[in-house]
Structures are given as C-alpha cells and as structure tokens.
Design a protein around this ligand. Sequence first.
Ligand code: A3P
Length: 285
Amino acid sequence: MTETELYTLYKGVYMPSRLHPPQSLKYYEEFSFRPDDVIIATYPKSGTVWTQEIVPLIMSGGDPASVETLPNWKRVPWLEVYQDSDLEQRPSPRMFSTHFQYNMMPRSFFEIKPKVIYVMRNPKDVFTSSFHYHGITNFLVKPGPQSEFLHKFLDGKVMFGSWFDHVKSWLNAEDKEHIMYISYEELIMDLKDSVVRISQFLEKSLDAEVIEKIADRCLFKNMKQNKMSNCSLVPHEFMDQTKSEFLRKGIAGDWKNQLTVAEAEYFDAVYKDKMKDVKYKFVWD
Ligand code: A3P
C-alpha cells in the first residue's frame, strides 16, 4: 500500500491514518496540559519505549508496579494515538508521549509549559531502526529497497516528517527551561548517570540503591523480558515481530552494518547541510 492509502497529511507531515484518526488529532488539539505533566517527546525510533520505562520508574520512586502491569502505551500514552479512555481524567502527575514536532504541539502546551524530556538519536541509527520497523508493521508503507527508503527518510516523506525538522524544532523551542535534552547514546553510555540526570530534572530525589535498580530494570536485556515493554502485546495485525523484534538490537552505531559506504557519505552530506546552523553538540558528531 502507498503513502496516499496509509497516511494522513497533518500539519505538513505524514501520520499513519490507522493510529491517528481525525478524532484523535482533534482531541490532542483541544487537550489541556497541567503544569506537573511530564512529556516524553521523540522522533520515532529514538528510544521512546526505553524512556517510557525509565520515567515511570523515576516518578514512582522505583516502584515497578506500573512497568510490570501496564503496557508502555497505557503507562505513558501517546497523545496523538487513538485512545479508548479520556487521558484528561488521569490523576496527576500524568505522563504522556508524543512524536509531534515542537511547532505541532497544541495551544495548551505553550501556555502551561509542562516538563518535556526530548530524546534524540543518531539519525543514521534512527534510519536503520526505522527501516526494520517499517518491514514489520502493517500501518506503515513497506520500506522497499534500502536506497529508496533512504531518500524518503532524508526528504522527510516518512511518518512525523523529517528527522532534521523534528530535532531542529525542539532544539529551537522558544522556552527551553522546561525541556531536557538527552540522547539515546547517552543512555547507552551511562544509563545510571542518565537516570540521575532525568530524576533531577523531574525533581525526584532517589537514593543510590533505587537508581541502581531502575537502571538495571531498563537494560535492554531486561526490558526484552518484560512483556509490558517489549511490544509482544501489540496485536499481530499491527506488527509482526517474527520478522524483526521491536527491541531489535539496542545498540549505538548499527548503521555501520546497514548503510553502504556511499549511502553513509550521502547521508553525511545531507546532514551537514541541513544541520549547518545548529549549535547543539550532539554526542555522535
Ligand atoms: P533498534 O531497532 O536499533 O534496536 P522507539 O521506542 O523510539 O521506537 O525506539 C526503538 C529503538 O529503541 C529500537 O532500536 C529498540 O531496540 C531501542 N531500545 C528500546 N529499549 C532499549 C533499551 N533498554 N536499551 C537500548 N535500546 C533500546
């Protein structure tokens, strides 16, 4: 199936229509944030589900109840995905996820300024993860040959638009006081330290033993065993993990196994051009 058949163009970006029917997008547009909400914002395949494990554990002071009983999409629901319950009614502090670019956020977000954890990942690894993901999901256009998907990815003709636009939109946020920027690579390099930094940002003071336990729970090998977090509960009609698992490799730098030398060079050239005005120091640069 094609983009026209599977995607809706919303605020200039493609969104998979099956997950984001018009009533969900309207619901999000009219959503009222609260000052103590916590939002995980990501470009898809940047470590969303990982952060959906870390943040609830921090917010609960290390109590694993929610990560053991609720699938990630109920624990930290996406605001733009169709919901069968009213998210506004949740007790505070609420936790939500979004793949929206900064400029797509609803009006209430800019008025209330809830805390945001924006997770970024080396776009070549985002591409790699995304390529495999598109092969296993039924609500996304099949990736086709890698070189073709590479052009679609670099041109932003994929779900939630261009990685470059997404990252730049959040980095250029008007008010950065309420946004924490962290990368997948930092989580990989030092998960414990990342948990400490996120807990400080969320103003949750945790003792060393709790931090240790949270970091251990959020290790790739342990999350893979957690059926509430490994997406094994996603109905087969949406995702076929017999082809490639959602928690696939969980490493930084897998693009080296995926891109040809020419593709990587082309990627770098596009990256250099599109990111030339960005001052942020990325771990992967
Ligand atoms: P790979 O496909 O490279 O393995 P998202 O949740 O935003 O869709 O991102 C999915 C990516 O995050 C996948 O990358 C997945 O394996 C990785 N991931 C999820 N949990 C992880 C963890 N605990 N440690 C490392 N990577 C993790």
